[in-house]
Write a protein that binds this ligand. Structure first.
Ligand code: F6R
Length: 611
């Protein structure tokens, strides 16, 4: 969380940084700030979004061609003007922006206070600034060495950038656990938490790894370890383009990303789903395919929406490939001493590829000797780089905080993986494979057809926009979709919503149902249809307001439900790719009716890089 942008070159740094911070605002948006070098360190910062910072800079320009900036998601210290980054040392010689958590900040702070330091705010970052100052004073070392020595004393995570008025043409950056990359231009270098702020200037990037730092000047950069060993880093070429990170005429990124899904699912399958040949090719896992084919089980770990995709994956892989699967919250995996060893395979799923808990699961499993495979969206992200093999979802940048197109791309990858493994494990016959591959191939057009239901969904959204609670019910493949629908509504509309396996309703939640309770029921025509119909009857008997998502030919459900949104017919196992779409639209529209900030919901950040 938190976004960092830095610039050194020939342009007005504040322009580059503010524009970049707007692109990174999905990472955090409770305060923002900038530090520009111009003989002095000019700092402007304050509570609120980047537009507030922009106004501040317009009212009192901070001129200079070297600077750093930050958009914050608060961890330590409430979001206010004082706690906004950048932070300074006691003499205001330098400014630092930081993403991550200094876990031992309290003890460091006490020690620094005992040595006479005073602090303006409550952040761990300000402690780091004073620690660097103290070390430089006592050890009488140059600034860079002081930074290195300070970083060796801190426990926790950081992605950071520092400018110092005594080193007027230099930015120092460092990384441990929080992403940071350099964008390499001609006589200019950009720094950012991800590639979105720099893609309009250069597509050449260098990813910093943990325990690495870089000293950046106008002429170039030198990457080294925190222990001062110089490194020769590979320069990567990004394939992203600027249109992908703009709204393209949509009022919100979330709506744009919902609409993109027929394309992103098709992109995800391109060159992988070989319809004519009746097979799937997943180049990223080719090397480890034998291990997967012969695996005794697969453990999946992920967080949030990606965890829901993992749950769909469990149904798919067990049904199609007959491979036993366990799905774990990545955040729990690492703390419960997982029984995983060199015979095991961990599959992690992450849109950003930077989620701290998922990354921790990767490291834990690798330490125990397991093979680790990733399904990531962001190319070159830390998880993508630290896993043994992986499959990119190719959904393009997802900017809306609520994940939509990443979920359908993840489920698409898992569907292809299940078909591939089913065939290789010789448990999926040719005819069944053919049926699934054809159905999968048809999904993009079917997703596009659901977009035409927006007006119909709008009527429902308007009616229930002020309901205090929602219940989502589904069975089998669509139980995880019920969880996902409830999550989408909660996070952007702030309506309390719960997803449940439909049969569990009788074991508690049914007590909540009355004439005020909207119950979204995922009742497609599959082997659970009769049971879902009974559940709808049970809700109706208690006067609950049934909103059913069902398949076009399901007249039973259509006749029973008070409201109905239909999806086209597909193979049973692929229905999650379609049922989730109306739920995304429903939550989006309700959030708009409630005047919620759709793309930047309160308290959230897109990429959760703290544990
Ligand atoms: C929900 C959402 C989050 C993420 C979760 C994992 O809409 O976006 O629940 O799914 O934080 O993020 P990634 O997939 O980046 O690891």
């Amino acid at each position: 969380m938190c976004g960092i942008v830095g610039y050194i070159g020939f342009r007005e740094a504040s322009d580059v940084i503010i524009k970049g911070l707007k692109r990174l605002e999905y990472r955090g948006y409770d305060s923002a700030g900038i530090a520009i070098l111009n003989g002095e360190v000019i700092i402007k910062k304050g509570k609120g979004k980047v537009v507030n910072l922009e106004k501040m800079v317009l009212n009192g320009p901070a001129k200079g061609t070297v600077g750093i900036g930050h958009t914050r998601w608060a961890t330590h210290g409430e979001p206010n003007d004082v706690n906004a980054h950048p932070h300074s040392d006691g003499k205001h010689d330098f400014a630092i922006v930081h993403n991550g958590i200094i876990e031992n900040y309290d003890s460091l702070k006490k020690e620094l206070i005992s040595k006479g330091h005073t602090f303006d705010g409550q952040t761990d970052t300000e402690v780091l600034a004073h620690l660097i100052e103290e070390i430089q004073k006592v050890a009488e070392v140059d600034f860079e060495t002081a930074v290195q020595l300070a970083l060796k004393q801190v426990d926790g995570t950081y992605g950071l950038a520092i400018v110092n008025k005594h080193e007027k043409d230099k930015i120092i950056v460092a990384r441990k656990g929080s992403p940071l990359l350099l964008g390499i231009g001609d006589n200019e270098v950009f720094i950012a938490s991800d590639a979105s702020p720099i893609i309009e200037y250069t597509n050449k990037v260098v990813y910093l790894d943990d325990d690495e730092m870089a000293v950046i000047t106008r002429e170039g950069y030198q990457v080294k370890t925190i222990s001062n060993i110089e490194l020769n880093k590979q320069v990567h070429e990004l394939e992203m383009n600027i249109e992908q990170i703009e709204k393209g005429g949509f009022p919100h990124f979330m709506l744009k990303e919902i609409h993109e899904q027929s394309d992103t699912i098709a992109d995800c399958m391109r060159g992988r789903l070989m319809v004519e040949e009746n097979r799937v090719v997943l180049g990223g896992i080719e090397r480890v395919l034998d291990r997967l084919v012969n695996a005794r089980r697969l453990v999946i770990a992920a967080c949030g929406t990606s965890w829901h995709a993992g749950l769909v994956g469990e149904y798919l892989l067990e049904y199609i490939a007959k491979l036993p699967v366990e799905v774990e919250y990545a955040s729990e995996f690492r703390y419960r001493q997982p029984l995983i060893d060199s015979n095991d395979i961990l599959l992690v799923i992450s849109q950003s590829g930077e989620t701290a808990d998922t990354l921790a699961a990767v490291r834990e499993a690798r330490e125990r000797g397991a093979l680790v495979i990733g399904i990531c969206n962001v190319v070159g992200s830390t998880i993508a780089r630290e896993t043994d093999a992986g499959i990119y979802t190719h959904a393009g940048p997802e900017i809306g905080v609520a994940s939509t197109k990443a979920f359908t791309a993840q489920v698409t990858v898992l569907s292809m993986m299940a078909i591939l493994l089913g065939q290789r494990r010789k448990v999926l016959g040719e005819a069944d494979a053919k049926e699934m591959i054809h159905a999968l191939h048809g999904i993009p057009a079917q997703v596009a057809s659901i977009m035409e239901k927006q007006d119909q969904i709008d009527t429902i959204s308007r009616l229930f926009a002020y309901a205090p609670n929602f219940l989502y019910l589904g069975r089998s493949y669509n139980f995880p979709v019920a969880l996902e629908g409830a999550l989408k509504l909660k996070e952007i509309s702030y309506i309390h919503a719960e997803g449940y396996p439909a049969a569990e309703m009788k074991h508690g939640p049914i007590a909540l149902i009355d004439e005020h309770m909207p119950v979204v029921v995922l009742a497609v025509t599959d082997h659970t249809n009769d049971k879902m119909i009974s559940n709808i009857e049970e809700v109706r008997a208690r006067k609950g307001r049934v909103i059913a998502i069902t398949t076009e030919n399901n007249h039973d459900v259509r006749n029973l439900a008070e409201f109905c949104i239909t999806i086209p017919e597909t193979h049973d196992v692929l229905t999650p790719l379609l049922t989730v779409i109306p739920l995304q639209i429903l939550s989006y529209q309700i959030a708009v009716y409630r005047k919620c900030h759709v793309d930047q919901p309160r308290n959230l950040a897109k990429s959760v890089t703290v544990e």
